[in-house]
Design a protein around this ligand. Structure first.
Ligand code: BGC
Length: 389
């Protein structure tokens, strides 16, 4: 029988995770090349009166999407066409080259038959270094994707060239966590300036705002004011991982990288289950988190169901500890507002409740929080980036 204890983190172990991540975020804001990259997004908290129309492309999970979006200032944002969706079939053997990768996304935009001249917000959800003019250079792939000739290149430029057949378009790139953060301000979330953009789906990551003047890395570039930061928290190496996590990492092809994400996100949880329980026949971890959710639903009361649940609950606990670390960056505040996105967060069994209840135990008593959900946050956040002046 598999011992569940290593997956059940105590309060003091979660406090360790929180404190070590908080320190790693500080390192990332101070200097380049740290474990938590804390990548500047060059986007200020948005003005709530942003108006206009934009095309948005959202690539980063199991699917890619495109839509034509209208922001109406203080009114509700609207989707004018789409979203059109296609599976992002580039894992495993289905290799495409750089041009092919961007063409797949341009085809979705073409399907919208958009008017010419709209700006494009490109929600590209892999670790990328954004340039001050809002293009972005891919640092590395995550979530099991490996298209080597895209690494190190400008992805906004790649999409722009693929779109040239439709019309010349101005493309601005942002991460999905940053899109969530911007979307929260757009729809008037209270306390949006003390916001956290959280994704827990195929991958996992967080974004927040930081004052460029107090972040040595940004101050050195002469940046000032509040700016969104894509933390790339998934690359943090948390303490108190298990032997199963070590095995998943060793077998991943990206040894030593994304250790926090590998313990949290939907892509990896079934691999942890398999590593902890290698005797279960016929289990295919490539089917995603649904494979272990099915065990919880169909085999209630069994050891396998208990193990599956323990892995999901540990993921939620680790997310809560991470949120406490990010909220702590805002100093002495009364309320933080978390905008959460991702299938595991909202559909995982008991997941969102577990994050909220654990978060209460790892935050100071006088700090409150809300966790909100906005349909199509990535699309609206990307439109904000495309249209902000
Ligand atoms: C990527 C992040 C992204 C997250 C959620 C991670 O694998 O490194 O850039 O925000 O997944 O999509």
């Amino acid at each position: 029988m598999v011992d569940l204890a290593p997956f059940q983190l105590s309060r003091s172990q979660l406090n360790d995770v929180r404190d070590q991540l908080a320190a790693a975020i500080q390192d990332g804001l101070a200097a380049e090349g740290q474990q938590v990259a804390a990548l500047p997004a060059y986007l200020a908290p948005p003005k709530t009166d942003t108006t206009g129309e934009a095309l948005v492309v959202d690539t980063g999970g199991t699917n890619m999407r495109a839509a034509w979006v209208e922001l109406t200032g203080t009114g509700e944002p609207k989707i004018k066409a789409g979203p059109v969706t296609a599976p992002l079939d580039v894992r495993g053997d289905e290799r495409v080259d750089r041009a092919g990768f961007f063409r797949m996304q341009a085809r979705l935009v073409e399907a919208l038959a958009p008017p010419k001249g709209l700006p494009v917000g490109y929600c590209f959800s892999y670790p990328s270094e954004v340039t001050p003019d809002l293009d972005a250079r891919l640092i590395k792939w995550t979530k099991g994707i490996d298209l080597p000739d895209v690494v190190g290149t400008l992805v906004g430029d790649g999409l722009q060239q693929a779109l040239a057949a439709v019309a010349p378009m101005d493309v601005r790139v942002l991460n999905d966590t940053v899109a969530a953060l911007l979307a929260a301000s757009l729809v008037g979330e209270a306390n949006a300036e003390h916001g956290v953009g959280l994704i827990v789906g195929t991958g996992s990551n967080m974004a927040c705002y930081a004052d460029a003047a107090t972040a040595p890395k940004l101050a050195k570039q002469g940046a000032s004011g509040m700016m969104a930061i894509n933390l790339e928290s998934g690359n943090f190496h948390p303490p108190h991982l298990t032997a199963a996590d070590e095995k998943v990492d060793r077998d991943s092809g990206t040894i030593g990288q994304q250790r926090y994400e590998k313990a949290i996100s939907g892509f990896y949880l079934p691999f942890i289950f398999q590593a902890a329980n290698p005797d279960r026949a016929g289990f295919d971890p490539h089917l995603g988190t649904q494979a272990i959710v099915d065990i919880i639903n169909n085999e209630a009361g069994t050891n396998d169901a208990r193990l599956a649940m323990a892995i999901i609950e540990r993921s939620a606990d680790l997310v809560a500890a991470g949120l406490a670390a990010v909220i702590g960056q805002y100093g002495d505040i009364e309320m933080a507002s978390i905008l959460a996105e991702g299938s595991l967060y909202w559909k995982g069994p008991g997941y969102s409740d577990r994050v909220a209840s654990t978060l209460k135990t790892v935050l100071p008593d006088d700090v409150g929080f809300s966790v909100d959900r906005i349909t199509d946050a990535n699309l609206f956040g990307a439109a904000v980036a495309a249209l902000s002046r």
